[in-house]
Design a protein around this ligand. Sequence first.
Ligand code: NAP
Length: 322
Amino acid sequence: MLALTQRTYGGLDAVEMADLPVPEPTADEVLVEVHACSLNGSDRENLAGSPFYSRVGGLRRPRRPVPGSDIAGVVSAVGHEVSEFSVGDEVFGELAGYRGGLAEYVATKPRLLARKPAGLTYVEAASIPQAGCIAWRAVEGRVHPGDRVLVNGAGGAGGPLVVGLAKARGGEVTAVDRADKADFMHRIGANITVDFEAEDWADHADHRERYDLIVDLVAHRSPFRVHRALRPGGTYRMVGGSTRILLAALPARPLVKARTGKDVGVLVVPQSRADLEAITALVTSNIVTPVVDSTFPLSEAVAAYARLARGDNQGKIVVTMR
Ligand SMILES: NC(=O)c1ccc[n+]([C@@H]2O[C@H](COP(=O)([O-])OP(=O)(O)OC[C@H]3O[C@@H](n4cnc5c(N)ncnc54)[C@H](OP(=O)(O)O)[C@@H]3O)[C@@H](O)[C@H]2O)c1
């Protein structure tokens, strides 16, 4: 089968197309004929091996060579211990360990897979899992009508669904990213856009004590700085960013809370079928819409990675197999 493989951590020269054997599902796995696999910021991190947490799947090189985590496809074989899916079922979801999806077939335990709604294409379904689960955990139950929400890194793979869900829940959204993504961020619902290269929302007077919720997809500021942009009682959640900031946020949380009353912490987004089904129900009810930036055939997966690496994507890049 055709697959993208990654030999080491690094730049685009670390990935190449290869012909691999179709994997054999074990007794508790299903074999999925992959139709589409979307790319996330985590795929860019897994390619670079940076931040350091992206090396959990192999310190010097990835133990599982095929990258790609968010898939949609059709079950083509089931191990004899699997009872919840049958051959022919249309499924989608995140792959455990965030790898294996950029291939014509992947064998995986069915725990994280959900049934693909008939009304969604494979491309749409593949664009939901990681971004959708981040949006669900970051926003649902936290944003109420009239709340002010800042999304840092709003214009990439995960941000648009965070913006969309915050808007759907009645929030006023400030979206922060590169200046050339401002039109896109307005189109997906942002009320205000900020060019991160021109303005630092953590310091700027316009943002002082303004937000009920800050969702930070690319955290690089000290947890002792970001609270300045929060209203009293507000919440900041780091989703992705540097390992140093991630580690600093853990001990900082009680200190910032004691000093300011604001909640500055890390958002843990578990790989979860229940979360995927919850956010997908909002997609099929037209409450939120996944945003597809572009599609590439599997044979051009390296070019898809090149677009991701340049940061040119506005929403999800999706690689299609069929
Ligand atoms: N917490 C958890 O449990 C969990 C679970 C899954 C994933 N994650 C993490 O969540 C993050 C998801 O990000 P994503 O998929 O949306 O990534 P992405 O596609 O890389 O999007 C990030 C966006 O932020 C922009 N950006 C870069 N530097 C910025 C800055 N200083 N200020 C504001 N914006 C900036 C990027 O622009 P450029 O392209 O120009 O750089 C890009 O548009 C990843 O780090 C991933 O590892 C966390």
